[in-house]
Design a protein around this ligand. Sequence first.
Ligand SMILES: CCCCCCCCCCCC(=O)SCCNC(=O)CCNC(=O)[C@H](O)C(C)(C)COP(=O)(O)OP(=O)(O)OC[C@H]1O[C@@H](n2cnc3c(N)ncnc32)[C@H](O)[C@@H]1OP(=O)(O)O
Length: 173
Amino acid sequence: MAEDPGAFAEDPDAFTIEPSPSGRLLCGGCAPHDVCRLGVEIAEARDDAVRFEVVCPPFWHGGPGVAHGGWTAAVFDDALNIVALRIEPRLVTKSLAVRYLRPVPVGRPMDLLARIERHSGRRWEVSAEMTLTGTPLATARAELRTRRPHHFARHEAWLARRSPSPNGPHAES
Ligand SMILES: CCCCCCCCCCCC(=O)SCCNC(=O)CCNC(=O)[C@H](O)C(C)(C)COP(=O)(O)OP(=O)(O)OC[C@H]1O[C@@H](n2cnc3c(N)ncnc32)[C@H](O)[C@@H]1OP(=O)(O)O
């Protein structure tokens, strides 16, 4: 994220994922660290597909030596957005479906290939596969949306309307 935090506070819709000082594309949470704390690195990028090397850090384990399913889903969310973010920088995930085919090992480099399946207007359909030495471990499909203008400002306004009020806990929707 290259934005000046002050500018972001004034205009939340200015937020886009931009290369970090070391050239990485990182989410807002990892940008200050200049490293992806999920263990995702872009290995090769083409127009409609991106290949990643992913390694599950030990603190994301769910069982002995095995990744937490939430790690796998978060990695897919990043990768599926990155493949489209290179064309459209203002995206959100509308839906994400993961198929867990085999346990995912911790600490082993794996391949993840993400591609754009379809794109029309604000709608993006993307898919990805995570493999270990060629064997699929998990697959995912997602539907992304190009953000409407004022997406984050609209969210903030909606949230403000839900602040506890003297009339009770249920604010307007
Ligand atoms: C190497 C490492 C890489 C690292 C690289 C890092 C990449 C990071 C990528 C992370 C990507 C994400 O996870 S993004 C975060 C997860 N996704 C989200 O937060 C999206 C949340 N959902 C939404 O904002 C919305 O549902 C949309 C925009 C998806 C819906 O779009 P839509 O299908 O066009 O529908 P639309 O009619 O606009 O809206 C449907 C309903 O949602 C409401 N709505 C829509 N937008 C808003 C809004 N901003 N604030 C409040 N409410 C909203 C509408 O009033 C409506 O309510 P009603 O009329 O039904 O009442």
